[in-house]
Design a protein around this ligand. Structure first.
Ligand code: GUN
Length: 296
C-alpha cells in the first residue's frame, strides 16, 4: 500500500470536539442549548441505526435531541403537522427527516415543508438553490464531510480535476457544487457514463457515491490521486462463517476496491471509518450553525 489511509473517524472526533466547545460557550454565555429534532417514519432497520447514532452523538456534544418516531402508515397530513410544530418550536434549531420515506409519502413535499433555516440536511429547494449559486446555505452533511477531508489532505483544491461518480441529490450533485466552489474542474459520472475507467483515470480527486460494492478499481486511478469512498454496502462474507440462524455472515465495503486502489492512490478513505463518521459530525456542526444564525 502506498496511499495514506484517510482517517475520517479521527477527523470526525476533532469536529465533534469543536462542536462541543461551541455548545458549551452558547450555554454559558447565552443560556442557549442547540436542539436537533430527528423524524423517523417506519421501521427501516438501516434508518433506525442511523437515527440512534445521530441522537446519541447529539447528546454527547451537549445538545438537546428530540426524536420523533412515527408509524409506517403515518399520513402525509400528520407528518406535515409535526414539521409545522417543529418549525415553530424555538428550542428546535435543526430538523432532519430520515430518508427514505415510505412510498405513500411525497419526499419533496415533506422536505420543502421544513423551515430552510432549520434544514440541517441542506435538502430544501432553497438551500439547494443557494448552494448552486454560491450563496450562504445549509450544506448537505455527507458532501461537506468529504470536502473537509479533501481540504485536510490536499490543502487548496483549486485547479484540480475532480470526478464525482453518482448524481444523487443527497451526495453527487451537492458534492459537485462544493468542488466547483473550491475551483475544481468537475465531471459528474453516473451509470450511463461511457468508459468510466477512462473518465476516472484523468482525475486528481475521485468521489465514489454509486452504491455498487468495490466497483472502482486500482487500475482506473491516476497515480497519487485522492479517492473518497462514500459507499456503504453490505456483502456476504462466507470467509467469516455463518450466523446462529445459518445465514452467511456479512461485512461492510465501500464503492472502492480498497486494496487495489490503495496501491496506486495518494490517499483513500476506508469503509468503515472514512466518510461515515464525518456525516454525523457535520450534522452536529450544521445544527450549531443553524442555532447561531437563529440568534444572530
Ligand atoms: N438517508 C441517508 N442519508 C441521509 C441523510 O444524509 N439525511 C437524511 N435525512 N436521510 C438520509
Amino acid at each position: 500500500m502506498t496511499a495514506t489511509r484517510i482517517d475520517g473517524k479521527a477527523f470526525a472526533a476533532t469536529v465533534r470536539e469543536k462542536v462541543a466547545t461551541h455548545v458549551t460557550r452558547l450555554k454559558e454565555s447565552h443560556s442557549i442549548t442547540p436542539g436537533l429534532a430527528v423524524v423517523l417514519v417506519g421501521e427501516d432497520p438501516a434508518s433506525q441505526v442511523y437515527v440512534r447514532a445521530k441522537g446519541k452523538q447529539t447528546v454527547e456534544v451537549g445538545m438537546n435531541s428530540f426524536e420523533h418516531k412515527l408509524e409506517a402508515d403515518t399520513s402525509q397530513a400528520d407528518l406535515l403537522a409535526l414539521i409545522d410544530q417543529l418549525n415553530s418550536d424555538p428550542s428546535v434549531h435543526g430538523i432532519l427527516v430520515q430518508l427514505p420515506l415510505p412510498a405513500h409519502l411525497d419526499e419533496a413535499l415533506v422536505i420543502n415543508a421544513i423551515d430552510p433555516a432549520k434544514d440541517v440536511d441542506g435538502f430544501h429547494i432553497s438551500n439547494v438553490g443557494l448552494l448552486g449559486t454560491g450563496q450562504k446555505s445549509m450544506v448537505p452533511c455527507t458532501p461537506l464531510g468529504c470536502l473537509m477531508l479533501l481540504r485536510d489532505q490536499l490543502g487548496s483544491l483549486s485547479g484540480k480535476s475532480a470526478v464525482v461518480i453518482g448524481r444523487s441529490n443527497i451526495v453527487g450533485k451537492p458534492m459537485a457544487q462544493l468542488l466547483l466552489g473550491d475551483s475544481c474542474t468537475v465531471t459528474i459520472a453516473h451509470s450511463r457514463t461511457q468508459d468510466l475507467a477512462a473518465v476516472v483515470a484523468q482525475a486528481d480527486i475521485v468521489v465514489a457515491a454509486v452504491g455498487r460494492p468495490e466497483m472502482v478499481k486500482g487500475d482506473w486511478i491516476k497515480p497519487g490521486a485522492t479517492v473518497i469512498d462514500v459507499g456503504i454496502n453490505r456483502i456476504d462474507a462466507p470467509e467469516r462463517g455463518t450466523n446462529e440462524d445459518g445465514t452467511t455472515k456479512t461485512r461492510l465495503v465501500g464503492d472502492v476496491d480498497f486494496a487495489s486502489v490503495a496501491a496506486v492512490a495518494g490517499g483513500v478513505t476506508p469503509v468503515p471509518g472514512g466518510v461515515g463518521p464525518m456525516t454525523i459530525a457535520c450534522l452536529l456542526a450544521n445544527t450549531v450553525t443553524a442555532c447561531c444564525r437563529a440568534h444572530d
